[in-house]
Design a protein around this ligand. Structure first.
Ligand code: NAP
Length: 286
């Protein structure tokens, strides 16, 4: 059997160490990192992957696209797919900033706990790569989604970008402090905190007194957590009828999901793993 080669194409100055380790743990025999990869420079790398092995052996070569910027990763994925034609293709996964796997793991756990369709959801600190993916996936699942950020123009731009990427409607709410974010969560069944590491976004009293809140989730792994009063390991922990998911409760599935996705890349030569396909796998695993 040919060696399973994973080409890690990273848009940053250094290929992510996290993604390299998970590449091996997911089943690659060799992970080869390239940094500073752009849509303009990726063509030759893709040609090397698609023109080298015969039809039956192409599945043993795969591409992983990463880096801090999901916008840069998405543009890279478009460029990579633009090079594929006929049988000349290999499987490819996009997970810039870990945003697809993190968002998919969280949304899959929520969906397992309670139906998402028709619910109102707010993604607090939703302007970053993880929050934007969470917003898009919740909307695809049928929720009515808003995101909050501290400045309206930046928040609106993020909501619009989610809307374009996922063909959904996402609202934008300026909420610069915990009290404003608590107001933004009024009437929401789902409160999902996706803010920067080590920052609380909503106080314990505010979500616990929110009559509409049913599911609260947080991906910030460092205290103070995004959702006040929950524990990092919470996974559908019941707080007086509201189910909570903490960063490690979600992160355990995220890591297993990332590994499983790498494994699947080597099962066929035409798999494209972006947010929607990764969510489908997460739902199987949740
Ligand atoms: P990020 O881009 O660093 O931050 C998300 C948003 O937080 C920013 O766009 C910003 O929005 C807001 N923010 C920044 N500082 C703030 C402050 N002092 N107060 C309130 N809001 C603030 O986050 P990310 O990379 O998308 O990641 C989101 C979270 O997921 C992070 O906590 C990260 O550590 C975690 N994460 C977890 C995993 C996992 O496996 N569990 C994987 C990846 C990431 P505005 O400037 O628009 O307000």
């Amino acid at each position: 059997m040919p060696a399973k080669l994973l080409f890690q194409l990273d848009t940053d100055a250094h290929p992510s160490v996290f993604d390299t380790v998970v590449g091996y743990d997911g089943g690659a025999d060799q992970v080869i990192g390239h940094s500073g990869v752009t849509p303009e420079s990726v063509g030759g790398l893709v040609e090397g992957a698609i023109f080298t092995r015969g039809a039956k052996e192409k599945r043993f070569t795969a591409l992983f696209l990463g880096g801090a910027s999901m916008a840069a990763g998405q543009a890279l994925l478009d460029a990579v797919r633009g090079k594929f034609y006929g049988g000349f293709r290999v499987s490819v996964m996009l997970d810039s900033n870990g945003a697809n796997t993190t968002a998919a793991a969280g949304v899959a756990l929520l969906a397992k706990a309670s139906p998402i369709a028709g619910k109102r959801a707010v993604v607090l600190g939703g302007t970053g790569p993880v929050g934007m993916r969470v917003a898009g996936l919740l909307a695809l699942e049928g929720a009515h989604v808003s995101i909050t950020g501290r400045k309206l123009d930046r928040t609106q731009a993020a909501a619009d970008a989610v809307g374009r990427r996922f063909a959904v409607q996402v609202g934008a709410v300026e909420a610069a402090d915990d009290a404003a974010r608590a107001r933004a969560a009024d009437g929401c069944a789902i409160i999902y905190a996706a803010g920067a590491i080590g920052h609380q976004l909503i106080a314990q009293a505010d979500w616990q007194s929110n009559a509409s809140a049913q599911l609260v989730a947080d991906v910030n792994p460092e205290p103070p957590f995004g959702i006040g009063g929950i524990a990092a390991n919470d996974r559908a922990r019941d707080y007086d009828g509201k189910l909570a998911f903490g960063a490690l409760g979600i992160g355990g599935l995220k890591l297993r999901l990332h590994r499983a996705c790498i494994g699947r890349l080597f099962e066929q030569n035409d798999l494209v793993l972006d947010a929607e396909a990764i969510l489908a796998i997460a739902k199987e695993m949740a």
